[in-house]
Design a protein around this ligand. Sequence first.
Ligand code: F6R
Length: 606
Amino acid sequence: MCGIFGYIGFREAAPLLIDGLRRLEYRGYDSAGLAVHNGGLEVHKCIGRVDELAAIVPSNMSGMTGIAHTRWATHGKVTDANAHPHTSEDGSVAIVHNGIIENSRALRNWLMAEGVLLRSDTDSEVIAHLVQRARADGLSPVDSVRRALSHTRGTWGLCAVFSDEDIIICASNGSALVVGIGDGETYVASDQQSLTAHTKRVIILNDGDIAELTAGDVQTGRLDGGVSGAQITTIDESWGEAELGDYPHYMLKEIHEQPEALRQCISGRTVLADGNAKLGGLDLTPQELQAIPHVRLIGCGTALHACQVGRLAIERLARVPALAHVASEFRSNDPVIDPAALHFAVSQSGETADTLSAVKEIQLKNARVMGVINVVGSSIARQCGQGVYIHSGPEQAVASTKAFSNMVAALTLFALQIGRARSLTREPGVKLVKALEALPDQIEDYLANQGPLSEAVEAVQDAKIVLFLGRGPSAPVAREGALKLMEVAYIPCLAYPAGEMKHGPIALLEEGSPVVVIAPNDKFKQKTVSNIQECRARGAKIILIHEEGDDISEEADISISVGSTDPMLSPLLTVIPLQLLAYQTGLAKGCDVDKPRNLAKSVTVE
Ligand code: F6R
């Protein structure tokens, strides 16, 4: 989603801004722009990719202070005029903004009544005009931003530059901004990953903070004039490279990184001798684990599917009721929260606005919520204050792959830990730990021998619709496979628990309809076989994901086998061919697999 990068220092800003935007490209966007202070303010912006912006920025553009933005349209179409930065009428103020100004309609009407000419359809533009009016009343840059934001309602990660002062003013409220501290240089960005090439010393702004950046200094404060608690911290080293290396696409790289990512996630967290797991970040005693009446897991998209697997693991191993919730529905339904219950907010980016708002709702109602997060220091991780980092390494492709596996692994470790604190005996615990530790090698084995994926690609690539079916832990895997194929190859997909298929989706089946069935060798398999037969009787073509050596393969038109594991862990193997199916089908259809249309990596609006 929208990205911000800013620089003030002693080097030419424009190339640094373009490079910063390139590092934010993975978030998904539709237009890009920058503003540089060079006596006045020089602004360039356009729809399309950062490369297209780079092509219109003059190579000799000078100026050592600037702000830049990648926009993912919310208010107003994808046009040059709606791209950021937005400027005041007289060109003396330029702003970039992430988030949503909820009262922008009223502010636009008021500004127009005052005779101000609005040049875009965005909610953000009003801020530039409000700041400029405050400047005209004699306020300093920081106080003019303060006054402008006192009129707005909503969320912002905001940066402003001025034609008459060499300074960047930043403010954050519900949309992350991180200030990077260099040597005589200061940076600001919407995620810390884009800063690591320059500095590891950062200040993460809190909601309600405002900051004045100059080349050698950062002054932080509160919007209401108080003192900010924001501190300088050092970005933790995480494993893995954010660069593409020898892979043609990030999605393929990240699929292939899953064995190593999984090792990073479980390393030091399993206790084989006790058949237990130890998630230090949760800081829960066995007594506390025994007292939890139920567990709720909250996430969006792929993270939600990981929650759906996780909830089954928790119920199975700990015999504690567990539910998975769509984050975007959570707060608005005014949920009944039991303060004794445990909640998990699951997110790769740690910036997803829907999940963040669910966290705040739970905290408001006085209950505990733990993060299950990939990006260290992200907004949700900080808001939760406690939890588990999943250690997937940087995930750059918009379609999430390796984060799914590590979310499932982290939640399974929790299920084991709470299970052992309650009724789960040592022996099944030991078996599960052994199975978990064997998984990275098993994923490697599958990646080395992927089966007839190209036949599966052929079967789905021109389909009107693809149906995905699975039971038990394979039902969320079916949903994840459908989501991947839909977002990467733009094929309509429907995922159903296999037994539910006969209650409706069966009406879609005709001769040759592709149906992807996930059927590992678990207690659900026989019933899934019946559903496969119901599909075949109506002419469907079955693409079957199953365990090696299982004679269920006879039920398949296209049979893809993965290794054999504990039934609770099968999602970690069966999801891999589905990720590859989506990737290869996307490629076959000429899609931009790493940046599917309309999608964003960090969804920072509700
Ligand atoms: C799917 C995908 C999205 C994300 C969702 C949540 O491939 O990437 O559905 O899973 O937007 O994102 P996070 O995990 O960052 O909260």
